[in-house]
Design a protein around this ligand. Structure first.
Ligand code: ZN
Length: 307
């Protein structure tokens, strides 16, 4: 058995790690890998029912002390939702860096705190936002990706006050959603970047759905969750599996043999309609226990690189 991997998924807002990598993380916890989640900001403003929605049409918002208290209360609500969602995916370690999601900037303090956490957790793999998502500047996902890149770099050195030794992370997988849209191959990239890794999350899509249901304070439960499951994970499958999560790899990798996944081999041997049947399967709504028709993961022991 290979040594278990250590994964850390880092999101700008509390919901991001589930939205973008929840199914993938569920696979890794099930395999016995270490998985931790980090929320860079408290996220009290992002789609929040009280702060961002409830105050929008008011004539006047509360005075500063009351507003501060409300922000703190809503941060706590979000944090509890994140812990509940993590539990569904088998994740116990969750870290909240507590930055304000109002103005997120690439700043020394948050970089140092995140770098210290990386030296402590010592991940092999970090998952985070693509640093050029959206406009690449004001988009808080892009800024979060840039903060993580700085922290990864600084974690490789020492910092007075942090007794943990330097740490280098082996690979970074950037969240594809919102960054590379649904691009699925080299020809879509046109010289730019593209999702080059898809994880088939069909076997855990009901658990990811349940985790997203926990994020009720920002309106993700119910109708929104159903819609995003189909238009996000459902469309984001590389057109080979029913539900997927896409990633953009940061580092080119070295192999001894040419890598070819079991999925690629199966797809090449399936007929047109067999492939269409596999990716056309939909999670029953409401989610029931009857998931018998769900396509099974492709697990080929002979797979040269594993999945
Ligand atoms: Zn976000």
């Amino acid at each position: 058995m290979p040594e278990p991997l250590r994964l850390v998924s880092i999101g700008a807002h509390p919901a991001d790690v589930f939205d973008q990598s929840g199914g993938t993380l569920a696979h890794h916890t099930a395999r016995g890998d270490y998985v931790a989640c980090v929320a860079l900001t408290h996220g009290a403003r992002i789609h929040d029912a009280v702060i961002s929605d409830g105050m929008y049409h008011r004539a006047e918002i509360p005075a500063a002390p009351e507003l501060q208290q409300l922000l703190a209360d809503r941060s706590d609500v979000k944090a509890q939702e994140v812990v509940a969602a993590c539990r569904i995916l088998g994740i116990e370690d969750v870290f909240f860096l507590g930055e304000d999601d109002g103005i997120l900037l690439v700043e020394r303090d948050v970089i140092r705190r995140l770098a210290a956490l990386l030296r402590q957790l010592r991940p092999d793999v970090v998952l985070t936002h693509f640093p050029f998502e959206g406009d690449g500047q004001v988009c808080s996902h892009a800024v979060a990706g840039q903060i993580v890149l700085h922290a990864l770099q600084y974690a490789g050195s020492v910092d007075p006050g942090d007794r943990n030794p330097p740490h280098r992370t082996a690979q970074v997988f950037f969240f594809g959603q919102g960054a590379a849209a649904v691009r699925t191959g080299l020809w879509d990239a046109r010289g730019g970047y593209t999702n080059d890794i898809f994880i088939d999350i069909t076997d855990v899509i009901d658990r990811k759905f349940a985790a997203m249901e926990c994020l009720a304070s920002q309106g993700y439960a119910g109708a929104y969750n159903r819609k995003r499951t189909e238009t996000g994970d459902g469309a984001f499958s590389g057109h080979a599996v029913a539900y997927g999560e896409g990633f953009i790899r940061m580092q080119a990798e070295v192999h001894y043999h040419l890598p070819l996944s079991a999925y690629a081999r199966q797809r090449s041997r399936e007929s047109d309609h067999e492939i269409m049947r596999r990716y056309s399967w939909r999670l029953p709504m409401p989610v029931t226990d009857d998931l018998a028709t769900r396509p099974q993961p492709v697990r080929d022991a002979e797979s040269p690189t594993g999945d």
